[in-house]
Design a protein around this ligand. Structure first.
Ligand SMILES: [Zn+2]
Length: 510
């Protein structure tokens, strides 16, 4: 225990000053993680991805990375919550081909215009023999799903049709890539639904937003705001786009799930018709929803992590309990007990492991704190004898002692407290991050403080695009859109001074 720092609310000294750096302990392995997330988020993020072994960036295709077990295990859990929720709400799972023929892709004009610059094309096979048609590595699968919808939907009895798939998608991003936030291949779920009426389609859009709250906020602990995107920033081919923006500690927003009302924009070119009760043939109304799990994971890292490394909400932690035997000599009894505890926890549905590595006890503590394991159980000869356990909580960095027999009920209670605590902290950090701005200077000031600016704006239809361009050019920020319940402007457009018709939110993004 010699290197373990004080427990029970004892805080490690934070590295202060202009440029905190990752401190290394003496020894061959880097153990401690101590970077100020607030002061140097970018370095913090890069360093935690590497040190917690979330992704290896050395793969030799530009823009592609290897996701490592610590992130995959968490993302698998995230997938499970999203899929269970979708299935509970009536979506059926599908697995669609990765390749989409160019002829499908070209059917919807806006869609092809929007996505073509980002498409990877497969054009040949074997020794350079050309394919008869170019095939897109799916950047998104509307044009694959809707081709099949046109076969599957015949009558109003086939509606609503609610589908989804979990898939990896490919986009040739030209902006700088960043692990999890933006890479040329990412992992997501895309849900596609068809309805008999626009009203039902719009209800689906609302259900998607509710799903986002239930899973992203209530389970993953991420605060966000849903915005209706302005006309010039809609999904390619959509009637309306609604997207959840998460604000990261560096003041940049990330678009997390978006849900789109596609109306009949795709059902007409794809000829998706149904015979209605009145005997007439009609085009269906379509919606799609896309939570990008690997990108949501970026927000989990960014929102919950602290100066000592990662922190995970209980239900998505790759490992929930790490057991560290604490004995000066190799103590067979202690190790046996630790292994028994692990089996006991696993049998009760708790992801647990024992650290039997050769690292020192102190280094083990630092290591698992950096990895963000929510609970650590310490067990030594004294605990063994007294049938007690020392438990350390990563969220509060505090220790307490419990009777071994209470372990399950303790975990049952504390796991809920951990989630509540992380969600409250995240929500609190998000509070007061929106400020009203009446001029370009006030917008700039808000953005420089890592906030989102709320402004009067001339128009969110195409007439407003010129003012949005000014914001992009001069303030390096974007108009994220309006609230779902539109707010009333109380002054002229913050950029052109003309009469405002909307209240918009402006933020910087990656
Ligand atoms: Zn304007």
């Amino acid at each position: 225990m010699s290197k373990a720092r004080k427990s029970c609310g004892g805080k490690r000294e934070k590295s202060k000053g202009s440029k905190p750096v990752a401190k290394e302990q003496v020894g061959e392995e880097k153990v401690t993680f101590n970077i100020s997330k607030e002061e140097n988020f970018s370095e913090w993020f890069t360093e935690i991805v590497k040190r917690a072994e979330l992704a290896d960036l050395r793969y030799n295709v530009k823009g592609f990375i290897v996701f490592q077990p610590w992130s995959v295990l968490a993302m698998e859990k995230m997938y499970r919550f999203l899929e269970e929720t979708l299935q509970r709400k009536g979506h059926k799972p599908y697995w669609f081909p990765t390749l989409i023929p160019e002829s499908n892709f070209k059917l919807e004009a806006e869609h092809v215009k929007g996505f073509t610059p980002e498409v990877f094309w497969v054009t040949e096979h074997g020794d350079g023999e050309k394919l008869s048609e170019r095939l897109a590595l799916r950047p998104t699968s509307e044009t694959a799903f809707y081709k099949m919808f046109s076969y599957w939907i015949r009558s109003y009895r086939d509606l609503p049709l609610k589908t989804y798939q979990r898939a990896n998608v490919f986009r040739y991003e030209t902006k700088a890539t960043r692990p999890f936030l933006r890479s040329r291949e990412f992992y997501w779920i895309e849900a596609h639904c068809a309805f008999a009426s626009e009203r039902e389609a719009m209800e689906q859009v609302r259900e998607d937003m509710e799903t986002t709250k239930e899973v992203l906020h209530d389970i993953f602990g991420l605060p966000f705001i849903f915005f209706r995107r302005p006309e010039w920033d809609k999904f390619a081919g959509a009637v309306a786009t609604f997207a959840a923006d998460v604000l990261h500690p560096d003041g940049k927003v990330v678009q997390q799930p978006s849900t789109h009302l596609l109306g009949q924009n795709f059902s007409k070119p794809f000829n998706i018709k149904f015979r209605d009760r009145d005997g007439r043939e009609k085009y269906v109304y379509i919606t799609c929803y896309g939570p990008a799990v690997s990108r949501i994971f970026a927000s989990v890292i960014a929102i919950h992590g602290d100066d000592y490394g990662l922190r995970f909400p209980w239900r998505i932690a790759p490992l929930q309990v790490i057991i560290v035997p604490v004995a000066s000599e190799k103590n067979e009894g202690v190790i046996k007990k630790a292994l028994e505890l692990k089996e006991f926890l696993l049998a009760n549905g708790i992801d647990a492991d024992v650290d039997l590595s050769e690292r020192s006890v102190g280094d083990k503590f630092y290591y698992w704190e950096m990895k963000g394991v929510p609970l650590r159980i310490e067990i030594g000869p004294r605990e063994l004898e007294q049938q007690r356990l020392v438990v350390f909580r990563r969220d509060t960095m505090s220790k307490e002692e419990i009777a071994e027999i209470e372990l399950l009920s303790y975990i049952e209670r504390v796991s809920k407290e951990i989630d509540k605590n992380l969600i409250e902290q995240a929500d609190k950090a998000f509070e007061n991050r929106i400020v009203d701005a009446k001029s370009k200077n006030e917008i700039a000031e808000a953005l420089d403080q890592g906030k989102i600016a709320r402004c009067n704006f001339c128009s969110v239809s195409h007439e407003g695009e010129k003012c949005a361009e000014v914001i992009e050019k001069e303030l390096k920020a974007r108009v994220r859109g309006t609230r779902l319940e539109p707010e009333k402007p109380d002054g002229p457009c913050v950029i052109c001074g003309k009469k405002a018709s909307a209240v918009v939110y402006i933020a910087r993004e990656y």
